[in-house]
Write a protein that binds this ligand. Structure first.
Ligand code: SF4
Ligand code: SF4
Length: 308
């Protein structure tokens, strides 16, 4: 068994000490706190990690523990608790390399279009994760102010995945504490097929009515095709349009009419805006995507049009 200081090992491998702690936490490097200071790990694991980093294991000064002393020590220890090694982060599992690769250069903060709104600073968010301040980040407004636009990632010279970070943190907020209407929209969509709960009959009536208006105004003979099997394009809809801006849907339909396109709208589960994506709710997101896929199969359409 090898005993070595975390700082010493990190230094030799050229990684941050938090990276070593993350490896231990994730099981990539099986190790335990050693008597006194440092960690202890098996000769095999030590050799493996050195080789991965192109190091000669014998070039690093380590202490070898005699087997008997070690056995007694192991038996006296509970399983490794990450907190014993100073870790505070227990739920968020960021890429452990962030601790090493973030240069704290601030390019992300400069590129972010809403940097400074409620103090949002993507660079600080990355540092908070690295330092294990996950609860503070989850409780903050930052993940919800962030538009997930990805400008920070684009500007980052080290390609730190900040969009994924913010979305993951959104998913960690208790659902009843998700700000604004998006979680309510998710529940509505699960129960009624669209984010605003528009009943099927009202929706179909509206499509008929708009079609009649278009036929009179500009597109003689148009009828809005619902549930047409075998159409080329299946169109999904942002529920705010039938709810509050129905005329906006006509723009697409006029183009289809002029182009002689073969298209259709499903009569159910036509919602095209996936609020599960925005609220970090993976399960609901999958359900909504699955419904669209189901409609595509049911109607045997070749092309999907999403409004967003
Ligand atoms: S741009 Fe990348 S490397 Fe620079 S501070 Fe932001 S996350 Fe760190
Ligand atoms: S993804 Fe979020 S943090 Fe990054 S630039 Fe866009 S708004 Fe800013």
């Amino acid at each position: 068994m090898i005993v070595i200081g975390v700082g010493n090992l990190a230094d030799k491998l050229g990684v941050h000490r938090n990276t070593i702690r993350n490896w231990i936490k994730d099981g990539r490097l099986p190790a335990r706190p050693a008597p006194g200071k440092g960690i202890m790990l098996s000769e095999e694991d030590y050799d493996r990690i050195c080789k991965e980093y192109g190091l000669d294991p014998s070039a690093i000064r380590v202490k070898h523990l005699p087997a008997a002393a070690l056995k007694a020590e192991l038996e006296s220890q509970p399983d490794l608790d990450a907190r014993a090694l100073g870790e505070r982060s227990v739920r968020l599992r960021p890429n452990p390399q962030w601790a090493d690769i973030c240069l704290t250069c601030g390019s992300c903060a400069s590129a972010c279009p809403i940097s400074g709104v409620d103090g949002l600073d993507p660079r600080k968010a990355v540092r908070m994760v690295v330092l294990g301040l996950e609860n503070e980040l989850v409780e903050s407004n930052w993940p919800w102010k962030c538009t997930l636009c990805g400008k920070c990632e684009e500007a980052c010279p080290m390609k730190v995945e900040m969009v994924s970070l913010f979305r993951t943190v959104r998913g960690m907020r208790d659902r009843d504490k998700v700000p604004g209407p998006i979680h309510k929209g998710v529940v509505m969509c699960l129960n009624r097929g669209n984010n605003l709960g528009i009943p099927k009959d009202d929706f179909l009536y509206l499509l008929d009515e708009l079609g009649e208006e278009m036929a009179e105004d500009c597109c003689p003979g148009i009828k809005i095709p619902v549930d047409k099997v075998g159409a080329n394009i299946m169109v999904t809809i942002n529920s705010k349009e039938p709810f509050g801006e129905p005329d906006d849907m006509k723009f697409w339909w006029k183009i289809f009419y002029a182009a002689g396109e073969d298209w259709t709208i499903p009569s159910v589960n036509w919602e095209g805006v996936n609020w599960g994506l925005f609220s970090g709710d993976d399960e609901s997101m999958k359900t909504f995507v699955g419904r669209i896929v189901e409609n595509m199969y049911r109607l045997q359409c070749k092309t999907l049009l999403l409004p967003e």
